[in-house]
Design a protein around this ligand. Structure first.
Ligand code: NAD
Length: 262
């Protein structure tokens, strides 16, 4: 049986595409192929060129700079969404950052500044975006973000980012409750390790990636395309009834302790 997902006439904002490897781009590609109109926000001007290259073959896309921690940038971004689309059906939050120093040492040494930065960029920004999206959204609209299993179990060096992901997952539930009376859905996708720019800032990420491939039930890591397909499900009418959830796409990594070597 084949299911075609048609999002023509729908509108989306994707926040956090840095390059073709970004999970935000993997999701955007699925939305674009389904016929959705997509606007993109990027953190700083140095990322604009890359995004322009990615979107050049997709007519009716638009881009706008917005640092997720800037109230002015966020206000301007959602004002632009209103001007371009008049409403918003889909919001994708694919943003995370923690200072390298906070991931290099022991968690116990996390400074207040690094804690605040990591939680503000990686978790509060979802709340800030959802609040601005709400007036543009109606029944059936859907929000997704990206999380990682270090929110649930200790992953060496992930440190304050694990705490930020736990906050993001809890925020997902509280936002889903707030927006539930209008059946606006809020979910977060817990992806297995993927080779992206953000991942490169995690010390020994390659070791983590290789270990993931060995230990996952599938004997490989999940792919960014698989993240995109799960997002498409959650963002389309196939996902009605699903809200407040952390949904895993990790080729069965998080269910394993250590896989027995054959
Ligand atoms: P990425 O580097 O491609 O994307 C991260 C994005 O966050 C970038 O576009 C960056 O510009 C943006 N960003 C950082 N600070 C920002 C700010 N202040 N304002 C606006 N944007 C800001 O890497 P990615 O791996 O695709 O990350 C996307 C999401 O996926 C993140 O939430 C990440 O934690 C999550 N995730 C990644 C993995 C992985 O292994 N790569 C696994 C699970 C979850």
């Amino acid at each position: 049986m084949s299911v075609t997902i048609d999002l023509s006439g729908k509108t989306a904002l994707v926040m956090g595409v840095a390059n073709a490897r970004s999970l935000g781009w993997a999701i955007a590609e699925q939305l674009l192929k389904a016929g959705c109109h997509v606007g993109f926000s990027y953190q700083g001007e140095r990322l604009k060129g890359e995004l322009d290259k990615l979107t050049k073959d997709w007519p009716r896309t638009w881009t706008q700079q917005a640092d997720a921690t800037s109230e002015e940038d966020m206000d301007a971004l959602f004002a632009r969404v209103g001007q371009e689309f008049g409403r918003l059906d889909v919001l994708v939050h694919s943003i995370a950052y923690a200072p390298r120093a906070a991931m290099d040492g022991r968690f116990i040494d996390t400074t207040p500044d690094d804690w605040n930065t990591a939680l503000s960029v990686s978790a509060y920004s979802l709340v800030a975006a959802a609040r601005r999206a709400e007036p543009l959204m109606s029944r059936g609209a859907s929000i997704v973000s990206l999380t990682y299993h270090a929110s649930q179990q200790v992953v060496p060096k992930y440190n304050v980012m694990g705490v930020a992901k736990a906050a993001l997952e809890a925020a997902t539930r509280y936002l889903a409750a707030d927006l539930g009376d209008r059946e606006i859905r809020v979910n977060t996708i817990s992806a297995g390790p993927m080779r992206t720019i953000a991942a490169r800032s995690i010390p020994n990420f390659i070791g983590l990636y290789d270990k993931g491939a060995r230990n996952a039930a599938f004997g490989r890591n999940a792919t960014s395309e698989e993240v995109g397909k799960l997002a498409l499900f959650l963002l389309s009418d196939l996902g009605t009834g699903v809200t407040g959830q952390t949904v895993y796409v990790d080729a069965g990594l998080s269910i394993m302790t250590v896989k027995e070597e054959q």
